[in-house]
Write a protein that binds this ligand. Structure first.
Ligand SMILES: [Zn+2]
Length: 99
């Protein structure tokens, strides 16, 4: 069985970003803004790397989950504020790729 090194924080953010953004009113959900928010969130959180065989990630994620949802919500809110203050999606819109 292959053993991999994974950043649990990134898996966690992938899983919860959508749900967290649902609880923030007025946040833009275009691809650009969501990607920006995710990047800022990941930069703000300490990465937590684990070596894991396939299938084990979920149990590690669960352990990580409990203590970190509140922190994640707080960081995502800050990241969303930053992105909404200075959104990058204008460039995309001008090219006609709106949502
Ligand atoms: Zn946007």
């Amino acid at each position: 069985m292959a053993v991999e090194v994974k950043n649990v924080v990134e898996i966690f953010v992938d899983q919860y970003l959508d749900k967290t953004l649902d609880s923030i009113p007025g946040v833009c959900r275009c691809e650009q803004c969501v990607a920006d928010i995710k990047a800022i969130t990941l930069n703000s959180m300490k990465p937590k790397y684990v070596s894991t065989s396939r299938g084990e990630v979920l149990s590690k994620l669960k352990a990580f989950d409990q203590g970190n949802q509140v922190e994640l919500l707080c960081i995502v809110k800050k990241a969303a504020d930053m992105v909404m203050t200075n959104p990058h999606h204008e460039v995309v819109k001008k090219k006609g790729n709106v949502l």
